[in-house]
Design a protein around this ligand. Structure first.
Ligand code: MOS
Length: 703
């Protein structure tokens, strides 16, 4: 493989467009004669709409339509399951009946000539409900849990139960035991760009300028909902201003935008407010977990028990990788994992960066840290003593695994040797200082993808894939891959994405874009070069290529990325404020296509992990399920002032098995491991073990 550009810290090819305002996000598209739609959300958490009084609203200036279940057309809602939709259950059917299933569910939409007019009319709508008290707390007594689906759809990766040996018996007889409960908060994705869709119908064809991480799924979903052929839906999504998973699914607002546009016969622009993004666009489910470890006195694990519960909605079973990492992280003869979900009166949760792994590894890695103190063994050394030869969960060898090289490099860069292992032993003038570490992991995904390559007469090339770029730098990294494959300079290659009439790509999630889209581009470029060699005179000439995982390789290897994450915290000795003084992650993620972008991707993920550890929590009012902090003033996320020093590094790792490019993906793993590293550092600083996230000043002060 020619690597003139792959592996180089190339600057973003789309950077100029972004900083000059030339990059157009969904809500930036303005069509002739377009009007504005504003969604009205239920103000009860469970119940039924009794009446909608729209007289006052319709009298207001500029109002074109008020649409609710009373007058909305019945939509086809053909069955459709995209790769990221829950395998069990049925998506929310919006504006189709009087039922309110969760607080904030869309119950009406107002269309007006200006956004201001639409907002005023939406506020003037008077809706009466019969309300019941919703169940929104998975830890409350009376909630029932259900088995997490084991093998439906594409998600065989999330088993309800796994076991090897007899973990409970081994735990009972273990010389040293740790057994504790962990509670991680519900979180909401808060990308800079809110969800938005501009919809325009031309007869029975609809075009959606829309924010999405999964272009062809949005096309298929809207076609299924409206009962029209897939090719009658065109999705255009050239830029995505952050996603973290929230735009993997096509949520109800996209349907509402299309429905409203059809109803009023004009293009409609619909953008969610920040507050509305806490209602209907997924969230990281709260988790309740128990991790128990048994070990010998010299630090060899003899038992791991990991039981986890997550949230789901009443109408869909959302499952994620809460306990999966536990199966292969460490060598241990007796391991039992159990995963259950609790149906609540809430919107369906969704994948949020490191979905499941982030919460599950928090519990496991805090327990490992606790065990290290119990044994008096350095936490890195403890992991070294339990480093497995193979994936003991599946019995397969790892395609590559660099956990210990990551720890070794990280310990050196971080200055781990300067750490006094005794809790509460390190301090400076004002602060208790603590250093902690934790492991990170995420699977290497690779889904079938197609790409098109075209050579033009002027010596340039065009590459097209229906992929997304939510910010990691897909435009740039794919241009690097194509330029190398074609032997062209970067500025002779134009890579386009974000159109549903381009060759299909998998979800821009699960850290699989580089592997999947990159490999398909590689194949398409090889195909077009071959075609060009046969037809020297023909220009333009184009060819398609595809890539997918070799099932043979998948059967032979366990494929995961690994990382070691370090944090140093300072705890104010008087008032308990928690400050992340330094954070450093080292990752073994296969080939790094662009070190500049990879660094940015990883430090961004680490910031997400700091938010998970110390700030992010969606608080629900127990009476009605209302998210009480659905705004940026009270839903806190780290800013520059919250973090002094952030570093990400990569160990050299060649993995010939995972995919043709040898890349493992970086998006998700960069968040995993940060929260436990911080919790472990807080223990080291204070001697207080805190197992609930986010960790607040009050927790530090009161233990
Ligand atoms: Mo990521 S949660 O797969 O967008």
């Amino acid at each position: 493989m020619n690597t003139q550009f792959v592996g180089q810290p190339i600057r973003r090819v789309e950077g100029h467009l972004k900083v000059t305002g030339g990059a157009r996000y969904a809500a930036d598209f303005n069509l002739d004669e377009h009007v504005y739609a504003v969604i009205v959300n239920a103000t009860v958490g469970l119940g039924r709409i009794v009446s909608i009084d729209q007289a006052a609203a319709t009298r207001l200036p500029g109002v074109i339509a008020v649409i609710s279940h009373l007058n909305a057309p019945r939509l086809a809602y053909r069955p459709h399951k995209g790769a990221i939709d829950p395998a069990t259950g049925e998506r929310l059917h919006v504006l189709q009946d009087d039922q309110v299933r969760f607080y904030g569910q869309p119950v009406a939409v107002v269309v007006a000539d200006t956004l201001d007019h639409a907002e005023r009319a939406a506020a003037a709508l008077s809706i009466a409900y019969v309300a019941e008290r919703p169940a929104v707390d998975p830890s409350a007594s009376g909630t029932t849990e259900i088995m997490a689906e084991a093998s439906k759809g594409p998600n065989a990766y999330y088993p309800a139960d796994t076991a090897r040996g007899d973990a409970d018996a081994a735990l009972a007889t273990a010389p040293v035991r740790i057994d504790a409960f962990y509670d991680t908060a519900r979180e909401n994705h808060n990308p800079m760009e809110p969800h938005a869709t501009v919809a325009r119908w031309d007869g029975d064809r609809v075009t959606l300028w829309s924010k999405t991480q999964f272009v062809i799924n949005e096309q298929a979903e809207i076609a299924a909902i409206f009962g029209i052929p897939t090719e009658n839906v065109q999705v255009i999504s050239p830029f995505v201003g952050g996603g973290f998973g929230t735009t993997l699914r096509t949520w109800s607002h996209v349907t509402i935008a299309a429905l409203a546009a059809r109803q009023v016969g004009r293009p409609v622009k619909l953008a969610l407010t920040r507050k509305q993004m806490f209602f209907t666009t997924g969230h990281r489910p709260r988790s309740l977990q128990r991790v128990a470890l048994g070990a010998t006195l010299d630090g060899k694990l003899t038992s791991i028990v990991h039981e986890g519960r997550g949230e789901t909605s009443r109408y869909e079973e959302f499952i994620e990788a809460l306990t999966t990492g536990t199966g292969f992280m460490y060598s241990c003869p007796n391991v039992r994992t159990q995963y259950r979900i609790v149906p609540l009166d809430t919107g369906t949760p969704n994948h949020m960066r490191g979905p499941g792994e982030a919460q599950g590894m928090f519990a496991l890695e805090c327990a490992m840290d606790e065990l290290s103190y119990e044994l008096g063994i350095d936490p890195i050394e403890l992991r070294r003593r339990n480093e497995p030869e193979i994936d003991e969960g599946t019995g397969k060898p790892f395609s590559s695994r660099s956990l210990m090289p990551c720890y070794d490099r990280g310990a050196e860069l971080f200055g781990w040797a300067q750490r006094n292992p005794a809790p509460r032993s390190m301090r400076d003038d004002r602060e208790y200082v603590g250093m902690g570490c934790a492991s990170a992991t995420y699977p290497v995904l690779f889904s079938p993808t197609r790409a098109r390559a075209r050579l033009l007469a002027d010596g340039t090339a065009e590459i097209e894939v229906a992929a997304s770029d939510m910010g990691p730098g897909t435009y740039t990294s794919m241009t690097q891959v194509a330029a190398d494959a074609l032997g062209l300079p970067l500025d002779k290659v134009r890579f386009s994405l974000g159109r549903s009439d381009f060759p299909p790509a998998p979800p821009h999630g699960g850290s699989q874009t580089m592997a999947s889209v990159g490999s398909a581009i590689h194949a398409a470029c090889a195909a077009v070069l071959e075609a060009a060699a046969r037809n020297r005179e023909v220009r333009p000439i184009e060819a398609e290529g595809s890539a997918q995982r070799d099932p043979d390789v998948a059967a032979r290897f366990s494929m995961h990325s690994f990382g070691a994450v370090f944090a140093e915290v300072g705890i104010d000795r008087d008032v308990g404020t928690i400050r992340v003084r330094r954070a450093l992650g080292v990752y073994g993620a296969g080939r790094i296509v662009n070190p500049r972008l990879a660094l940015s991707q990883c430090t961004g993920g680490m910031v997400g992990g700091i938010g998970m550890a110390l700030m992010e929590r969606t608080m629900l009012d127990a009476r009605d399920g209302r998210p009480v902090n659905a705004h940026m003033a009270d839903y806190l996320m780290p800013v520059n002032l919250d973090i002094d020093q952030l570093e990400a590094h990569f160990v050299d790792e060649e993995d010939p098995h995972v995919n043709p490019l040898g890349v493992k993906g970086l998006g998700e793993i960069a968040l995993v491991g940060m929260a436990p590293a911080i919790a472990n550092a807080i223990f080291h600083a204070t001697g207080t073990r805190l197992r609930n996230l986010p960790i607040s000043i009050e927790n530090v002060l009161t233990g």
